[in-house]
Every structure is written in structure tokens, then in C-alpha cells.
Write a protein that binds this ligand. Structure first.
Ligand SMILES: Cc1cc2nc3c(=O)[nH]c(=O)nc-3n(C[C@H](O)[C@H](O)[C@H](O)COP(=O)(O)OP(=O)(O)OC[C@H]3O[C@@H](n4cnc5c(N)ncnc54)[C@H](O)[C@@H]3O)c2cc1C
Ligand code: SF4
Length: 486
């Protein structure tokens, strides 16, 4: 145990964020660079090295949290990154972006603030990169087997890295112009700078993984062709079919899916445009959907110079404390103030959008809403609460309904879908088509980066077994594993 009294003598201290007026002037990450280093060892020392570390259970990757907390406390960051990489291919992604179910499950969280596991994680990996401690792990011998991975999000990248290191020749096909999936073209730069993806890709290239961008599997190459050319195929194509809002006025100009709006802002940061073709500059912006995608729209709109930003949510405002029906160690639904929310805007809860109205040129000008109550299993409008708010740019961030490769790749392969519109798989991530596996959001539905990495690692173990009869690769989860809920 790092510091037997750490949890008694040291209070929780979070990574410092840059002042709002400063960070709104750029797109860099919101955190003060290096701010964690002086405090991180003390924070790691709050870990109690529990006999039954529930943080392990909370983390889909089974991260060895007490072990690297102890090493970080002792300033052994070389040992800490070895333990961290043992279970997580990309801690720089999860350390920045994960909602940290491990912290919700931390034993210290029963009656105190949980250990700041995520901040320790990101410091360990950032230090490792800084001192040149992340190097390619080139396989000693090749198996002679080939694997195609469709999709380069966190699931596809994790599967590809594991399979390459196991000695297989792996080609990652990506329909977008750059590698990274939603890490690249969903999550804004201010949450994670894309340089973190770029240097991982360089490591993977050096290990032998091959990348083919701008190739839409299902159009540029068929599913059957892929299956014929490779010994195995891993489908990690995500779940990006967005839920729509079929109300009067939806056809007006200025109403966009979040995933039409956010990638363009990311492309500005990549240098593809000077200004986004869908910009919030000078506009009253309304974001429909109170989740993380909505928060990303809020932060993006503020940086683009919106006149106002309002976020709407149909559900009631969650409580700030863990609700009684979501006890430790579950991951509770609580009121969150993300960095984007700190930067301004208004959040309105328990409202539904009834229609949009526009000007004579067909541009949206107003969003009409009504307050709602949850009665008899549905949201009912509260009479007399209708009102209109200004809306010159509206983004829809209401969740996703499954994979968008149903008509191409899935049909060509003859793969089955499950009842929720995801690609069906058995307990070993295998589809009904011999040699075709599925991982990440494509099989699970829209989820989290940590689940995508865990699925990619587990699917890689299944593919390695399929190709060679056995595997030394770890399989942290089964397809049916779900977050801890009651
Ligand atoms: C805006 C937004 C913000 C989010 N923020 C967070 C967050 O902060 N933290 C968190 O944990 N999770 C977050 N998520 C969820 C998280 O990003 C996803 O769960 C995760 O990226 C899923 O990984 P994946 O590899 O399965 O799929 P994806 O990341 O969706 O990658 C799939 C890739 O496959 C490619 N592809 C699809 N079809 C084909 C084809 N036919 N041929 C070739 N390529 C194809 C796509 O172009 C894409 O690049 C967010 C999601 C969104 C939309
Ligand atoms: S549950 Fe919390 S205190 Fe216990 S080992 Fe994990 S991080 Fe440390």
C-alpha cells in the first residue's frame, strides 16, 4: 500500500483547468499542461490498495489500478506504464475521455471522494511519451496469416494492435480521410488534441500495422472480396446511425445532426478549412440532447463565437448526489458540469421540441418547446407551457440507433443483425459468417471508448484463437458484459 494514511491526510485534488476566457480563445485541451505532476503522487497515495479492489470491476479493461497507483506514488513511472499498458493499449485516450466507471466503483467513494484514478492514468502515459518510454513492440516472428480490420476507431485500433503484435499481418480499412473514428471526427480538439492519435498511429505503423484511408468497405471493395483476400475479418465500423427528430420544420436550413456539425469543426483544426461550413458564429444555437455529444456541441459553438447556446433535455435534471436507487459501486446518473458547461450557456430540462419555424428563405429562426412530465411510461406535455426560443443553428444530439453499414458491408457478408440493429455475435465476438468477427459500437451499440478498447482486445484474442488454435492474448470482456447497474 502506497501511503497507509494517504486517504486520511490528503484531500481529493483534480487537474486544474485553464481559465474559461483563455481557453475559449483556442481549441487546445482545457487542462493546464503539466499541472498534475506536482500533485499526482500525493493523489495516487490516497489509494487504499483494497483487498477487493472494486475499481478493477468498474473498469471494463480490468486496469490494474492499485498497482499503478502504488508505483506512481513511489515515483516509479517506468513500472507504472508497464502495468498500465498491460491492460490498456491507449491510456492517453481513456485518461482524457473516459467517464471513469472505476472511480464510481472506488471503495473510498463509499464515504469520501474517490481516488482520482483517471488523472493518475493520464499522467503516467503522458510522462511515458515525454521520456520516450512508448516504443514499438515489433513481433518476433510472423504467423503468415492476414487480418482485415474495418474501421479505425478505438475498437479497430485495439484489435489491430493486438493482432499485429501476435504476428499477423493486419490491414486497417477506414472510409474517412484520417484514422481514429470518433476519436478523430466526433470528439472535439479541446477534449483531446489529435496529436495523441497521430503518435499512436506512428507506433502502430512501426509495429507493422498497415492503414488504408479513404476506402469504404462495401463500396470500394465488397465484403466478400475482403473475406476472400484475408484469413479473418474484424468489423469495427461503429454505430453512427443518428436518431432524428421528425417534427414540423425539421427540413429548415440550419438544423443538423451533431455528427454533421462536429466533424467539420475538427476538420478546421486539421487545417482542411479556414472556417467551418456549419459555424455557430453570431448565431443563437440550440443543442437538443443533454448527453456528452450535446456537451461537445456546446463547447464547439462557444469557441465558434455563438451569440447564445441553449441545451435541451427531455429528462428531468439529475440530482448532484448519487441517487438512492443507484448505490455504490454502480455508475450513477448525476448532474455533471463538463468543461463545456463551465464555459457558459443554459441547460433546460424536462422539455420536448414540438416544431421549428423559419424565415422566408427557409432558415430556421425559432424552436418551439413544451415542458413535459413523465406519466404512465411516457412524456406528456404540460398544458400552457409552450414557448419559442431563438434558434439559428440547431444540432441534434439524441443518440444513435445502430450501425450504418447494414445495406453495404453487412448485406454483402450475409451477417445477421440483432434486435437493436447492431451486428449480431456469439460469446466469442464471432458473427454467423465464418472468420468474420465484430467489436466495438458496431456490435454493442453506441457506448464508450473504454468498452471499445476492451472489445477490440477481446475480439483480437478470439481471432488469434481462430487462426492458430490457441492464444496468449487477454480477453477482458465478453460481448454480453454491461456496466454495473442495479
Ligand atoms: C460526439 C461524440 C463524443 C463522444 N465522447 C465520448 C467521450 O468523451 N468518452 C467516451 O468514452 N466515449 C465518447 N463517445 C463514444 C465513443 O466515441 C464511441 O463509443 C467509440 O468511439 C466507439 O469506438 P468504435 O471503434 O467502435 O467506433 P467508431 O469510433 O465509431 O469508429 C468506427 C470507424 O469505422 C469507420 N467505418 C464505418 N463503416 C466503414 C466502412 N464500411 N468501411 C471503412 N470504414 C468504415 C468509420 O468511419 C469510423 O472511423 C462519444 C461519441 C460521440 C458521437
Ligand atoms: S477501489 Fe479505490 S481505493 Fe481501492 S484499490 Fe481501487 S482505487 Fe484504490
Amino acid at each position: 500500500m502506497a501511503d497507509p494514511k494517504g486517504f486520511l491526510t490528503t484531500g481529493k485534488q483534480l487537474a486544474e483547468r485553464r481559465p474559461v476566457d483563455v481557453r475559449l480563445r483556442d481549441w487546445n485541451e482545457v487542462y493546464v499542461e503539466r499541472s498534475l505532476l506536482p500533485i499526482i503522487t500525493k493523489q495516487a497515495g490516497r489509494c487504499m490498495d483494497c483487498g477487493i479492489p472494486f475499481c478493477h470491476n468498474g473498469c471494463p479493461l480490468g486496469n490494474l489500478i492499485p498497482e499503478w497507483n502504488d508505483l506512481a506514488y513511489r515515483d516509479d513511472f517506468v513500472g507504472a506504464i508497464e502495468r498500465l499498458h498491460a491492460t490498456n493499449n491507449f491510456p492517453e485516450f481513456t485518461g482524457r475521455l473516459c467517464p471513469a466507471p472505476c472511480e464510481s466503483a472506488c471503495v473510498l467513494g463509499i464515504n469520501q471522494d474517490a481516488v482520482t484514478i483517471k488523472n493518475v492514468e493520464v499522467t503516467i502515459i503522458d510522462k511515458a511519451w515525454d521520456r520516450g518510454g512508448v516504443t514499438p513492440q515489433i513481433p518476433e516472428r510472423l504467423s503468415g496469416k492476414t487480418v482485415a480490420v474495418v474501421g479505425s476507431g478505438p475498437a479497430g485500433l485495439a484489435a489491430a494492435q493486438q493482432l499485429t503484435r501476435a504476428g499477423h499481418t493486419v490491414v486497417v480499412y477506414e472510409r474517412a480521410d484520417r484514422i481514429g473514428g470518433l476519436l478523430r471526427y466526433g470528439i472535439p480538439e479541446f477534449k483531446m488534441e489529435k496529436r495523441h492519435i497521430n503518435r499512436r498511429i506512428e507506433q502502430m505503423r512501426a509495429e507493422g500495422t498497415r492503414f488504408r484511408t479513404g476506402v469504404h468497405v462495401g463500396e470500394d471493395i465488397t465484403g466478400q472480396q475482403l473475406r476472400e483476400r484475408f484469413d479473418a475479418v474484424v468489423v469495427a465500423a461503429g454505430a453512427t446511425t443518428a436518431r432524428d427528430l421528425p417534427v414540423p420544420g425539421r427540413e429548415l436550413k440550419g438544423i443538423h445532426q451533431a455528427m454533421e456539425y462536429l466533424p467539420l469543426a475538427n476538420k478546421v483544426q486539421e487545417g482542411d478549412f479556414v472556417e467551418s461550413p456549419i459555424s455557430a458564429k453570431g448565431k443563437h444555437v440550440v443543442v437538443i440532447g443533454g448527453g456528452d455529444t450535446g456537451a461537445d456541441c456546446v463547447g464547439t459553438a462557444h469557441r465558434q463565437g455563438a451569440a447564445s447556446v441553449t441545451q435541451l433535455e427531455i429528462m428531468p435534471r439529475p440530482s448532484e448526489e448519487r441517487p438512492g436507487h443507484q448505490p455504490w459501486p454502480t455508475m450513477p446518473m448525476t448532474y455533471k458540469v463538463t468543461s463545456a458547461h463551465e464555459e457558459g450557456g443554459e441547460r433546460i430540462y424536462s422539455v420536448n421540441t414540438t416544431r421549428f419555424t423559419g424565415d422566408e428563405d427557409g432558415n430556421v429562426q425559432e424552436l418551439h418547446l413544451v415542458e413535459v412530465e413523465f406519466k404512465d411510461g411516457r412524456f406528456e406535455p404540460v398544458p400552457g407551457t409552450e414557448r419559442a426560443i431563438p434558434a439559428q443553428l440547431v444540432t441534434l444530439a439524441m443518440g444513435f440507433t445502430g450501425t450504418d453499414v447494414k445495406n453495404g458491408l453487412v448485406e454483402q457478408l450475409g451477417a445477421d443483425l440483432d434486435a437493436r440493429g447492431n451486428i449480431a455475435r456469439d460469446g466469442r465476438f464471432a458473427t454467423n459468417v465464418d472468420g468474420v468477427y465484430v467489436c466495438g459500437d458496431a456490435g454493442r451499440g453506441q457506448s464508450l471508448i473504454v468498452w471499445a478498447i476492451a472489445e477490440g482486445r477481446s475480439a483480437a484474442a478470439a481471432v488469434d484463437t481462430y487462426l492458430g488454435g490457441k492464444t496468449p492474448l487477454p480477453a477482458p470482456i465478453r460481448p454480453t458484459d454491461r456496466p454495473l447497474v442495479v
